[in-house]
Write a protein that binds this ligand. Structure first.
Ligand SMILES: [Zn+2]
Length: 299
């Protein structure tokens, strides 16, 4: 094979690859080019799929059942990021590998949900920790994220703007509804202390005036010290806390240790860091609310 022929062949291959993968950030599916959206973990996938519907292809960087903190990226995922029409992720050092990749990309394709206009101002003021990334557990912040996703999808795909705006409005209505249910159900409770595995519920606690005491801090993988375990156990006894909350992706061992020591029960409260086993974000939050109202003696 001579060099000219080889060159023509490889150019043809690149051209067909570009057509298939969508060098312009779209995926070819069902004969129609759809914007390719990469979302970094479940709550953002929920927002992107809810707003995009059938009009976009959404890829989740965090596999189901995988704990998303400090996610590592495969070579394929780095390629997905470089080719995506829109990347929806959460900054604050939650998944630094993604921040590293997107820092080199065109800003028009990159959406850090924490940089939304005014999104965090109200919650941040009420929150003790400015480094807490767990904003998605506040349904009203989620609603703000959904609205932002609609704005960004409309920018990359103006022809479908009306659909994106309509889908976002429907999703926001569901989120506002669950917010009203939380506010009403948690207004009068015997106790407002929630003892949790890792500190995922800071924004939720701030929104509904609960007091979160976490065993492991911000990092679910961090092993709490014996001193910390003793401190939390003392708090549980002093405040007569009846329930220690564990979560589905982290070993319940520390929660069970404190429960055994203090006579408290354990219950699952999902931080929604991965897709719930059944239902979606809103349905999992309804289940969280039922667990909270029973555990905190509300009503
Ligand atoms: Zn977390």
């Amino acid at each position: 094979m001579n060099r000219t022929l080889l060159r023509i062949l490889s150019l043809a291959m690149i051209a067909s690859l570009a057509a298939a993968c969508g060098a312009d950030g779209s995926a070819t599916a069902g004969g129609k080019d759809k914007p390719a959206v990469v979302a970094s973990f479940y709550p953002l996938v929920f927002a992107a799929e809810g707003v995009g519907g059938d009009l976009v292809e959404v890829e989740n960087l965090t596999a189901p059942g995988v704990e998303p903190h400090d996610l590592e990226l495969s070579a394929d995922q780095v390629r997905s990021l470089s080719e995506a029409g829109l990347i929806v992720f959460l900054g604050k050092g939650f998944q630094p590998a993604i921040e590293d990749v997107v820092s080199g990309l065109d800003e028009s394709r990159v959406m850090d949900v924490l940089e939304g206009r005014g999104l965090l101002e109200s919650a941040e003021a009420a929150n003790e920790s400015p480094t807490d990334p767990h904003v998605w557990l506040d349904p009203l912040i989620m609603a703000g994220i959904v609205d932002q996703v609609a704005v960004r999808l409309s920018e990359i795909d103006p022809a479908s703007k009306e659909d994106y705006v309509d889908n976002a409005a429907r999703l926001v209505a569901r989120l506002e509804d669950i917010d009203r249910k939380f506010a009403a159900a948690l207004s009068h409770c015997r106790t407002r202390d929630i003892v949790t595995s890792h500190a995922a519920f800071g924004y939720l606690a701030a929104r509904y005036d609960l007091n979160q005491v976490s065993i492991s801090g911000m990092d679910p993988e961090a092993e709490p010290s014996p001193g910390r375990l003793a401190e939390v156990a003392r708090f549980v006894q002093a405040q007569d806390v009846g329930t220690i909350f564990f979560e589905e992706l982290v070993s319940p061992e520390v929660a069970e240790t404190i429960a055994a020591e203090t006579g408290a029960r354990t219950e699952m409260l999902t931080p929604l860091e991965s897709a719930p086993p059944s239902g979606d974000y809103v349905e999992a939050m309804e289940a969280n609310l039922a667990t909270l109202t029973a555990a905190l003696g509300c009503g």
